[in-house]
Design a protein. Structure first.
Length: 283
């Protein structure tokens, strides 16, 4: 079991991982085993028994790695087989999802136990036409199954046969206390896919989406180019400007100047009358 002191046990991801590790250790299965490394809770090693006869994997015991993402269980774990199976490529990352192409469809309710049962059940399915499937004859797979038990992982320091035998004994003890072992079921919608194929599928989907957006943008631009522009209103004609005649300003004379002019005129008239009168007298 992994050392826990270096991890924050209040973290939801850490709590979930520790819970699953404890459950797998206490409720042993005779068909598989998985546990985290002593120094890394996010890396596990698993040992898996092959499906029973008439499967060509009957008698095989296979070993591999599990890597949990930091977002686990919101994102699925990935698996790598370290021993040849004749079904999966060695050391190629396998992901679990509903569709087999989009890991976002992984359900957080699933866990390591569900994944192990799923991988074991998928081993006996036909690899023809599946992503990354290996085409091997039954005899080659049987030979690989017979050789798989002797494999000893350098990290676990035990052979596959020793690990699965230990789990068989632990499962028998659990069965003696709690009754017959309950068979785990695989969700019908669960699928397998390789990580690199998932990345290609995501990139392809993104490329297709971008092409649809570009096509839509091009169509919109073409439509806007072909749309006739609204008829422009005629420009207003220039209006003739009629200049008004200049307004003559009236000169207002002050009252004092008007009175002085009248007085001068009166004096002039009186002087003229006197001059005429004197002229008549003299003549």
């Amino acid at each position: 079991m992994a050392t826990r002191g270096q991890f924050n046990t209040k973290n939801p991801t850490i709590k979930r991982i520790l819970k699953e590790a404890s459950e797998l250790a206490s409720n042993a299965s005779p068909d598989f085993h998985a546990e985290p490394l002593e120094d890394n809770l996010f890396e596990w090693h698993f040992t898996l028994r092959g499906p029973p006869a008439p499967s060509p994997y009957d008698g095989g015991v296979y070993h591999g790695r599990i890597v949990l993402p930091p977002q686990y269980p919101l994102r699925p774990p990935s698996f790598r087989f370290l021993t040849p199976t004749g079904r999966f490529e060695v050391n190629r990352e396998i992901c679990l999802s509903i569709s087999g192409h989009h890991e976002e469809t992984w359900q957080p309710a699933w866990g390591i136990r569900t994944a192990m049962v799923a991988i074991r059940s998928f081993m006996d399915t036909d690899a023809k036409g599946q992503l990354g499937g290996i085409e091997c004859g039954p005899q080659i797979r049987k030979r690989m199954a017979g050789e798989s038990g002797a494999y000893k992982c350098p990290v676990c320091a035990r052979s596959n046969a020793d690990i699965i035998k230990e789990r068989e004994e632990a499962a028998q003890l659990v069965e003696g206390k709690e009754g017959a072992h309950r068979e785990d079921t695989v969700p019908a919608e669960l699928r397998l896919a390789y990580r690199d194929e998932l990345d290609k599928g995501a990139a392809s989907a993104e490329s297709k989406g971008k092409q649809r957006v570009d096509a839509s943008t091009t169509t919109s631009a073409t439509a806007s180019t072909q749309t006739p522009s609204p008829q422009q209103a005629p420009a207003p004609r220039p209006m003739r400007t009629v200049q008004a005649p200049p307004v003559q300003q009236l000169v207002h004379q002050s009252p004092d100047r008007s009175l002085a002019w009248i007085d001068t005129a009166i004096y002039g008239v009186v002087a003229a009358l006197l001059f005429m009168l004197l002229r008549q007298i003299a003549g």
